[in-house]
Design a protein around this ligand. Structure first.
Ligand SMILES: Cc1cc2nc3c(=O)[nH]c(=O)nc-3n(C[C@H](O)[C@H](O)[C@H](O)COP(=O)(O)OP(=O)(O)OC[C@H]3O[C@@H](n4cnc5c(N)ncnc54)[C@H](O)[C@@H]3O)c2cc1C
Length: 446
């Protein structure tokens, strides 16, 4: 059997995967459909094209989880990060780049590598053998999407994300909120207290609806279908359909009793649910939204108990092809039903250029190690890379899985440090110090 690694898609993830595998000594073919087949967002035939903003976000590797991912990728000689550094533009603490020279350089470096060749073609099937990484991104071509769906089942591949905001558990005011499942349903105490509830009286509810109706919203990108399904309507669209719609939908107050004020029946209740096994993150149930980020934080902090909420990620609805990775992929990013195929990048359920490139870096290294017979230890969960791969391949709730940005809520807590906002600086430094050591140790094995 051939030892060549085939990578489908030469975006953020595919470019990084190819570079990593080739640098480890494996021959790579990148199969890229552009410029022959276009997407609505890409504008060139370059590899590593940034489709929208020109920012890789924060470059602070001590206090920010994205900055930490930058650091981990630089330490692994990452193509995307080292090329970004060469084309850096002034942007304060963020890493912004001159996008065209950036992508042109990524393309030139890949084409100049003696172990890499590029084949400009659309791949429309899942091959039966060989070594493959599929990194076809949020705009995976329709034919390939159908082939993936045939393999995984219709339920396991989504074509839109509908992201409800996710916030840090520690930033919720529990003197107003309480834990209880509707009608105390559940066999165990854990199930009976699975939801976190935030109550509203009539005035608070009416003010909240007014704020939703007047908030700034984002439009769909040109070429995106605005036909989201009724099952995941944005909350502001529900509010437009009638002031009471939310009170009979995701904000219904029935079956819940506020222990802080048992005699007062709440007029409406916002429910939150655990978003990860660690219990550090909660999502707001049914609150997918197209409100602009600034408006979102303002409106959501009107919810009693969430006045000081700190958000791990804000909500959104986008055209986005992604797998239900917690059920489909193993911890090496291999498709459980066809382990010669790996997935990488945004299609695995991470979100953003940096996270996608990071998952490409891991997939490239893991595939190359397999081909070369190197036995790599599991990616350490204490590193940013490890926290992310652990989340998408098992740590996240499979039933409600939606794409995720890297954030400190995905990290296992460091024992003995102060919680809350006051202890944040020390806590983040402890996370990043621990992550760097774990990541360097893992790299030393390949
Ligand atoms: C409209 C839009 C705006 C976005 N804005 C931002 C932003 O501002 N910041 C941010 O961080 N993230 C943004 N994202 C998310 C962004 O797409 C990802 O973060 C990142 O580009 C994903 O990397 P990737 O390698 O997984 O996919 P991509 O970079 O999209 O690369 C996938 C590649 O696969 C190719 N391909 C697809 N199907 C096939 C096939 N069948 N055969 C061969 N090749 C194929 C595509 O042509 C593409 O080159 C945006 C996404 C979209 C859709």
């Amino acid at each position: 059997m051939t030892q060549t690694l085939h990578i489908v898609g030469g975006g953020m993830a595919g470019s990084e995967a190819a570079w990593q595998a080739a640098e480890m000594g494996v021959d790579v073919v990148i199969h890229e459909m552009r410029p022959k087949v276009e997407t609505f967002a890409h504008k060139t035939g370059n590899l590593g094209e940034m489709v929208c903003s020109n920012s890789f976000r924060s470059d602070d590797d001590e206090q920010n989880a994205v900055g930490l991912l930058h650091w981990e990728m630089r330490t692994a000689n990452g193509l995307i990060m080292t090329t970004a550094d060469e084309h850096r533009l002034p942007a304060g603490g963020a890493l912004a780049v001159d996008r065209d020279p950036f992508a042109e350089t990524v393309t030139a470096k890949l084409k100049a590598h003696p172990r890499i060749s590029v084949s400009y073609e659309e791949i429309t099937y899942l091959p039966q053998d060989g070594h493959w990484i599929f990194a076809t991104g949020p705009l995976t071509s329709t034919n390939l999407g159908a082939a993936i769906q045939a393999e995984t089942g219709a339920e396991a591949l989504a074509f839109f994300d509908a992201i409800a905001p996710i916030l840090y558990a520690e930033s919720i005011d529990m003197s107003k909120a309480w834990m209880q499942s509707r009608y105390d349903k559940g066999e165990t105490e854990e199930e009976r207290t699975a939801y976190l509830n935030c109550p509203m009286d009539k005035d608070q509810y009416e003010a909240f609806i007014d704020a939703l109706l007047t908030a700034d919203k984002t439009e769909f990108h040109e070429g995106e279908t605005a036909g989201y399904f009724d099952g995941c309507l944005p909350i502001e669209v529900m509010a437009e359909r009638g002031r009471e719609t939310l009170r009979f939908g995701p904000m219904k107050p029935v079956g819940l009793t506020n222990p802080h004020s048992p005699e007062n029946k709440a007029y409406a209740v916002v429910q939150l649910r655990r978003d990860n096994a660690l219990g550090t993150l909660f999502n707001i149930v049914g609150f997918q939204t197209k409100m602009k980020y600034g408006a979102q934080t303002e409106v959501l902090r009107m919810i009693p108990g969430l006045e000081n909420a700190s958000f791990a990620r804000l909500g959104g609805i986008h055209r986005n092809t992604f797998l239900n990775s917690p059920t489909l992929l193993d911890n090496q990013m291999r498709l459980k039903s066809k382990p010669h195929i790996r997935f990488a990048g945004q299609i695995t359920g991470v979100e953003g250029y940096v996270e996608s490139a990071a998952m490409g870096l891991l997939a490239g290294r893991l595939a190359a190690a397999e081909i070369l017979g190197i036995d790599l230890p599991t990616v350490p969960q204490d590193s940013a890379m490890g926290a992310l791969i652990h989340h998408i391949t098992g740590g996240a709730e499979a039933k409600t899985f939606q794409p995720m940005n890297v954030n400190f809520g995905l990290f296992q807590p460091v024992e003995g440090l102060k919680g809350g906002r006051r202890g944040r600086k020390d806590r983040y430094k402890a996370y990043t110090d621990r992550a760097k050591a774990a990541w360097q140790d893992w790299l030393s094995h390949s």
